[in-house]
Design a protein around this ligand. Structure first.
Ligand SMILES: Nc1ccn([C@@H]2O[C@H](COP(=O)(O)OP(=O)(O)OP(=O)(O)O)[C@@H](O)[C@H]2O)c(=O)n1
Ligand SMILES: Nc1nc2c(ncn2[C@@H]2O[C@H](COP(=O)(O)OP(=O)(O)O)[C@@H](O)[C@H]2O)c(=O)[nH]1
Ligand SMILES: [Mg+2]
Length: 194
């Protein structure tokens, strides 16, 4: 099964909550036809299905904590395999959240060619999430959970960036700029891949 993914072009999209990962991924999809897999969206779909597993996930996500590694990884892998015949490449958005998640991904699926590090100040991220929370309907877009998500990001996810920097595949994107200017930097990084 995993053979299907052997030569897949894989891009990790990493950054704090509200940094603009999803926004940039949409633009990459429109221009390059990559398959966008947001780990958070996959988890929210499971919650929305009302399954027993979904109920457990909801409780964890509402607290801003990380769901068990295998759960997310299995979902991503399944979704990747489903698109393997048509996909030009994969944007893995919001994953890995910790170094261990990256290691397991590489064992079970493959190595990333690029890590897009979407970088914004904490203050900017909080502002964007509070604004998004007005309309997103997301249970975790509230002040208390946002704070926990940020803390966990700095503690668990920033080390992921250092880990891949040693391999020379990190491209840091300043997402304080307007969306289109951010995308101009993103395009350069994606173009280098071809
Ligand atoms: N690999 C992942 C991805 C997501 N989550 C859970 O799903 C929640 C929402 O994830 P995501 O949508 O990626 O949220 P953020 O990164 O906070 O940012 P955004 O929604 O703004 O993209 C996280 O807080 C966490 O509880 C997780 O445990 N493991
Ligand atoms: N000003 C500005 N706002 C942005 C930018 N990128 C995203 N946003 C806004 O910030 C919020 C969070 O963006 P999203 O893509 O969901 O971020 P994610 O949490 O990293 O996936 C959204 O409401 C966007 O409209 C950007 O580059 N500039
Ligand atoms: Mg997102």
């Amino acid at each position: 099964m995993a053979d299907k993914l052997k030569d897949a072009k894989i891009v990790f999209v990493v950054g704090g909550p509200g940094s603009g990962k999803g926004t940039q991924c949409e633009k990459i999809v429109a221009k390059y036809g990559y398959t966008h897999l947001s780990s958070g969206d996959l988890l929210r779909a499971e919650v929305a299905s009302g399954s027993e597993r979904g109920k457990q996930l909801q409780a964890i996500m509402q607290k801003g904590e990380l769901v068990p590694l295998d759960t997310v990884l299995d979902m991503i892998k399944e979704a990747m395999i489903a698109k393997a015949d048509v996909s030009k490449g994969y944007l893995i958005d919001g994953y890995p959240r910790e170094v261990k998640q990256g290691e397991e991904f590489e064992k079970k699926i493959g190595a990333p060619a690029l890590l897009l590090y979407v970088d914004a100040k904490a203050e900017t991220m909080v502002k964007r999430l509070m604004k998004r929370g007005e309309t997103s309907g997301r249970a975790d877009d509230n002040e208390e959970t946002i704070k926990k998500r940020l803390d966990l990001y700095y503690k668990a996810t920033e080390p992921v960036i250092a880990y891949y920097e040693k391999r020379g595949i990190v491209r840091k994107i300043n997402s304080e700029l307007p969306v289109d200017e951010v995308f101009a930097i993103v395009e350069k990084a994606i173009d280098e891949l071809k």
